[in-house]
Design a protein around this ligand. Sequence first.
Ligand code: 13P
Length: 154
Amino acid sequence: MEQKQQTLPARKNIALVAHDGKKAALQAWCSKHKDDLSRHTLYGTGTTGHLIERNTGLEVIKLLSGPMGGDQQLGAKIAEHEIHMLIFFWDPLASQPHDPDVKALLRLAAVWNIPVACNEVSADMILSSSLMHSELERTLPDYEKYLATRQVNL
Ligand SMILES: O=C(CO)COP(=O)(O)O
């Protein structure tokens, strides 16, 4: 697959998601980093987003609850380049009814090469990066070239 370069903006659209066993940890992390996070646009799955808004005062664009399609909505927004970063405190000690959706979300974050943190210390490292509040170059699949090749070869 051919790749191309794209610039992620200084003010990023950040997706915040946590499984039930990790919701308290994500809310605490958001409270701790409220000033930094308020410089960006925040998205969240339904329950996570509501809890963060209620308990931190941060504004969150809320999608559907994860098991009802929220993870898939976030995945679509990553593929459409609307989401620039994913903070996903998934729970490695609990099974999820929507495990295929969880995998799909993480897969699309890898496909489109956005920064991802799946635990608190990774989220701390990402947020403390000098790139957090500045533009950031990313390599990503050249979709237009991919489509053109398929139209010719199939
Ligand atoms: O299930 C989730 C992520 O897979 C999160 O969904 P909620 O924020 O609605 O609980």
